[in-house]
Design a protein around this ligand. Sequence first.
Ligand SMILES: Cc1cc2nc3c(=O)[nH]c(=O)nc-3n(C[C@H](O)[C@H](O)[C@H](O)COP(=O)(O)O)c2cc1C
Length: 178
Amino acid sequence: MKKAATPDEFKRAMRRFAAGVTLVTTAGRDGRAGLTATAMCSLSADPPRLLVCVNRDSAPNRAIAAAKRFCVNILGQKHRALALRFAGATGVQGEERFAQGRWGKAATGAPVLIDALASFDCTLADAIESGTHTIFVGDVRAASVATRGSPLVYEGGGFQALAAPKPARPTKRTKPRK
Ligand SMILES: Cc1cc2nc3c(=O)[nH]c(=O)nc-3n(C[C@H](O)[C@H](O)[C@H](O)COP(=O)(O)O)c2cc1C
C-alpha cells in the first residue's frame, strides 16, 4: 500500500466535497482579524460546540489563539465578494478586511456579520495542533439565525449555489386494461 495520497490527489478529491463558506473572525489587542474558512463543522449540541481548522501560518490563527474568542459567520450568495476579500484575494489584511460588509460586535467581543445566514459567537475551548493547521474548538455562547437567504457553497474549486430540486416527473400513465 502507498504510504499516503499525494497532496494533489488529496486536493483533487477534496474539491468534490461541497462545503458551506464561513468567515471566522476575532478581535484582540491588534484589532480585528478574520479569514474565509470551509473547514468548519459541528462538534456537539450539548454542550454546543463547533470546530474550525485554521492554517498556523495565517495572521488570524495567532489572533484567535491570543484573543481566545471567535465568531463563525455563515455566508450567503450575496457574500461572494466578502468571501474573496477574507481569503486574501484582494490583497487586504487584518482590520482592512472589515471595511466591506455590515459588522457588529458579538457578546464575546468578536466581530459578527450582521446579515450572515447564521452566526456562532464562541469562546475558545481547546486548540489542537495538527500538522499545518490548528483545530480551534469553540464553546458556542450565542447562535443567531436569519430567516432568509441561500447559502454560499464551495465546490470544484469555485463558488456555487444550491440547485433547486428538479420537479418530480409525472408517472407514466398506462392505458387501462380492457
Ligand atoms: C473557499 C475558501 C476556503 C478556505 N478555507 C480555509 C480554511 O478552512 N482554513 C484555512 O486556514 N484557510 C482557508 N482558506 C484560506 C484563507 O482564507 C486565506 O489563506 C486567508 O487569507 C488567511 O488569512 P491571512 O491572509 O490574514 O493570513 C480558504 C480560502 C478559500 C477561498
